[in-house]
Design a protein around this ligand. Sequence first.
Ligand code: TYD
Ligand code: MG
Length: 450
Amino acid sequence: MARDGAVYVCQSCGASHTKWAGQCTACGAWNSLVEEVTSRPPGALAPTRAGKTRGLAFETLETESATPPRIVTGVDEFDRVCGGGVVPGSAILLGGDPGVGKSTLLLQVCASAAARGASCAYISGEEAVEQIRARAHRMGLGHTPVQLAAETALRDILDGLKKEHFDLVVIDSIQTLWSDAHEAGPGSVTQVRSCAAELVRLAKKRGVAVLLVGHVTKDGQIAGPRVVEHMVDAVLSFEGERGYPFRILRGAKNRFGATDEIGVFEMGDSGLREVRNPSALFLNEGGERAAGAAVFAGIEGSRPVLVEFQALVAPSAYGTPRRAVVGWDSGRLAMVLAVLEARCGLGFGTRDVYLNVAGGLRISEPAADLAAAAALASSALDAALPQDCVVFGEVSLSGDVRPVSRMEARLKEAAKLGFSRALGPSGVEGVIGVSRLADAVRRIGEEAWD
Ligand code: TYD
Ligand code: MG
C-alpha cells in the first residue's frame, strides 16, 4: 500500500498513480514512476478558509476588452509562425533536438525585439553569461539592449521578474530549472511541471510573454512533460536534419494563430538567416533529373514550396527487404507501396525501397502521395520524369488520384520556377490529368508526355 499522501508520478507521461509499479499503465514506460509526497490525495482540492472564495463571475462575449498589441519581434519567420507576433502575457514552448539552434533562434528573437524597443530578458540555465555574450557578439548582436542572466533557481527568477518589468522573457531551458518546493531533481516531471506552471502564472498575471525552451527526447516527445504542452498557449517545434543547414520552425499548437504555418531559416556562421522565399530551396539544382526523382508542388502553411522526392528501388540482398524513409511518413510509404503493388502491377516484395525528401524538409501533406508514388515508379521502371514537370495529388487505397487543396497556387509557383508541366488529378486545367495511379505509372513507364 502507498504511504499516506504519496503519489507515484510517471516521469515520461506525467500520469499519477496511487501505487508504485514497474510499468506505467498510462504510457507503458518501464521504471518511470517516482514517488512524490503531497499532503493531500491526488485530485483533491486544497481546503479553503470559509468565506475566502470569491465566487464565480460571468461576463458576456460582447464586452469590449482592450487587447494589447502583439510584440512584433522583427524576425518575420518567427512572428508569422506565432500568428503575427508574440501575444503579451502568453507562454510559448519551443521544442527541438539538442543542437538544432533553439538558443540561437531565441537569442536572435530577443535581440531583434529589444532593438525595436521591447524590454527583453534572456535567462539561461545552460550557459554562462560570458558564453551567451560571446555568441551574441559573433552573431553581430552585441549592441542590442538584452538583459542577460544565468540562473536555474525558480525562486530567484520569479523574484527578479517581479522586481523589473519585461515585455518578453526567454527561459533556456525549462529542464534546467528547479523549484525548492519539491525534492525531485531538475528535469523531472514534477520540477518541470511546477516550474512551468509558476512561469505561466507569472506571464498571465504580469503580462510578460514567456518563451520556454524544451529539449526533445529520442522518441520526439518534449522531454518529460506533455503536461507543459497543456499549460502553454503555443507549442512550436524547431526541426532540421543533420548535415543540412536548413531549419524549420513549426507550430504544433497555437491559441492565437494557425498551426500550419512554417518559418524557414538557414544556419550559418553568424547565426540563423531567414529564408523568405523557400520555394526553390529544396530543389536539386542543375543536371538532368534522374530516374527516381519527382518534384512535388507542395504547400507549407500559406506558402507554396517545391521539393524533390528521391526514390531508389533496388534488388534486396537479404530475405527481408528494407524500407527506409527520410522526411516522409513510413506508414504512408507502406500504403503507397501497397497500392502500387495491388493496383499498378509493380512488385516490391524482393526489392529494397529508399525514399528521401531532398533538403531535409519533412512533408506531411497527403497531396504528396502521387509525387512519392511517381518517384518510386520512376525508379522501379528506370524511366525519368520530364525535367520540367511537377507532381501533386492524393492517392486513395482504391488507386484513385484525388484533387488536393490550392492547386492553382501550386501551379502558379511551379510556373514561376520554370516548370511548364504538372502531373496530377484529372479535370484540372493545365494539368496532365490521371484519374488512377495506374495511368500515371503507365505514362512514366512509356515516357509518354506529349
Ligand atoms: P544552439 O542554439 O546552441 O542549439 P540548441 O540550443 O537547440 O541546443 O545551436 C547549436 C548549433 O548551432 C551548434 O552546433 C553550432 C551551430 N551554430 C552555427 O552553426 N552558427 C552560429 O552562428 C551559431 C550561434 C550556432
Ligand atoms: Mg541551447
